[in-house]
Design a protein around this ligand. Structure first.
Ligand code: CAO
Length: 465
């Protein structure tokens, strides 16, 4: 491995340049073309690319050093074995104009000097520095940064507007591009508000923190995107359009999932007696022509439990200072339709009897399935019941239907052995899962609600009294 000394190339006519950034440290592995030093003249900023790959052994200049001539040694690099010194020292966006030799040629004499640096110049590599970022005052009237006569403005600066708005070098611009940072949003802390690498890093850190990534701040959207996959590479696929309802449901679920700190609590209600009672209604069901499933009992029990546990009958106010206590008991009921999930709302459930509720459930479910629900039918809910009992499953964690603060998931009831104190008895247990917004509802509130709900369903006298 050869030790290469990287030197300042031709200053392109500038009388003095200042070392304003050193984006590498001793010990860093650098690749060919990596930016190793950024220099600034009176009118332009110049980024020096590494002419070889290797390990930084010594940095021979310091921030603030003034360089007045070419040839000043900048860095000692242990070049990788077999790695040749690059034929170009120009920026990646410009053509090489000549060779930047890491070793001074014998007939080259030192013309360079620095102030504040310990380095002594030895050679003058014959390559022009390219001005890559232009300070505000040099960017007007289409004037090229004339002090650097051979200079061209790098293509990384794409518009005059950008040039006049942001004062930053290509290294910083590239870093910003890689991190998706809009440089016009970044406050520069360098000379003449030049945006430095540290400014971009600080900006990203602040964004991450304000998005809740580190300090748990409120809101934010720093969510990594799911990569797009070409599924057809793995087999035959069809791309189907989503229905309006499916798109709306997806948006609502996403919003709730991102905004609401969910907790889900589980319990089983012993509905053996409820089921016996329900089956005893068979003749009346036929006579009235109204079908009764466990769902109207569930709605009624929820309304009563909400009355006793008003914390679950609230919505959070958007000002973050208040909650809205609802003194009515309108309950949404999730309906599975061919076009997607719909949630019609049954109003004043606490004031209605089981037959009335059963009739309304059937009517609203039919309207949902035939696409006849009105907007009004789906507004004003305080709480939602999602019953998958007829479909199956032992439990699930429903997503709160915001701005409500709680939702009840109902799974399939099944007969199970229950210890009654002296023996196991076959009882019909209904699995319940209560998800709630932990910003509005504490575990104690949810526990009391669910315990009361279980009690009401297990002894339906409480429901009808
Ligand atoms: N356990 C066991 N059986 C149950 C049950 C339960 N928890 N709940 C209902 N059933 C039975 C009923 O007893 C009835 O059977 P019988 O006629 O033998 O008595 C049958 O299932 C009726 O089911 P149903 O679906 O016709 O009526 P329902 O009143 O139970 O439910 C409705 C109405 C609208 C809630 C339901 O049809 C529905 O759409 N559920 C899906 C909700 C949903 O998709 N939730 C997920 C949302 S989040 O993705």
């Amino acid at each position: 491995m050869a030790v290469e000394i990287i030197r300042v190339p031709d200053l392109g006519g500038a009388e003095e340049v200042e070392v304003i950034e050193i984006p590498v440290s001793v010990g860093d592995q650098i690749a060919f073309d990596d930016t190793i030093v950024v220099l600034e003249s009176e009118k332009a900023t110049m980024e020096l690319p590494a002419p070889c790959a290797g390990k930084v052994l010594k940095i021979l200049v310091a921030l603030g050093d003034k360089i007045t001539a070419e040839g000043v040694p900048l860095m000692e690099v242990e070049a990788v074995a077999g790695g040749e010194v690059a034929a170009s020292a120009a920026s990646p966006s410009t053509e090489a104009s000549s060779e930047l030799s890491s070793e001074p040629s014998p007939n080259q004499s030192s013309k360079a000097s620095t102030s504040g640096s310990q380095a002594e110049p030895k050679t003058a590599p014959p390559v022009a520095l390219q001005p890559l970022a232009v300070p505000v005052e040099a960017s007007s009237a289409g004037e090229s940064p004339a002090g650097e006569s051979k200079a061209t403005i790098a293509s990384s600066i794409t518009s005059a507007k950008e040039m006049s708005e942001v004062y930053a070098g290509p290294y910083v611009r590239r870093l910003a591009r890689e991190l998706g940072v809009d440089l016009t949003q970044v406050q520069g802390s360098g000379p003449r508000q030049r945006v430095l690498k540290e400014d971009v890093q600080k900006f990203v850190k602040q964004k991450v923190e304000s998005a809740g990534g580190v300090n748990g701040g409120a809101g934010g959207s720093a969510i990594p995107a799911v990569p797009d996959i070409d599924h057809a590479r793995f087999g035959e696929v069809d791309t189907l359009a989503m229905s309006k309802i499916a798109k709306l449901t997806a948006a609502n679920m996403h919003r709730s999932w991102l905004n609401v700190p969910h907790v889900t609590q589980f319990d089983d209600a012993d509905i053996t007696d409820l089921e016996t009672f329900r089956k005893s209604l068979k003749a009346e069901v036929e006579q009235r022509g109204v079908k009764i499933s466990p769902v109207p009992f569930l709605l009624k029990a929820c309304a009563l439990a909400l009355q006793e546990n008003p914390v679950l009958n609230r919505s959070l106010h958007s000002d973050g200072e208040h909650v809205i206590q609802k003194n009515y008991y309108h309950i949404g009921m999730a309906v599975d339709t061919p076009k997607g999930l719909m949630v019609p709302v049954i109003r004043d459930v606490n004031k209605k009897g089981i037959w009335e509720l059963a009739a309304e459930i059937t009517e609203l479910a039919n309207k949902a399935r035939s696409g006849k629900l009105t907007v009004n039918d789906m507004q004003g809910g305080c709480f939602t019941v999602s019953s998958l009992g007829a479909i199956g499953g032992r439990g699930f964690t429903p997503i709160v239907n915001t701005p409500e603060v709680a939702i009840l998931g109902v799974s399939k009831a099944a007969i199970q052995p229950v210890w009654d104190g002296s023996e196991f008895a076959p009882r019909k247990l209904l699995p319940l899962s209560l998800s709630y917004d932990h910003r509005a509802v504490n575990g104690g509130d949810a526990g009391r609600f669910l315990t009361q709900l279980v009690a009401l369903l297990s002894d339906i006298r409480g429901l009808v009294m």
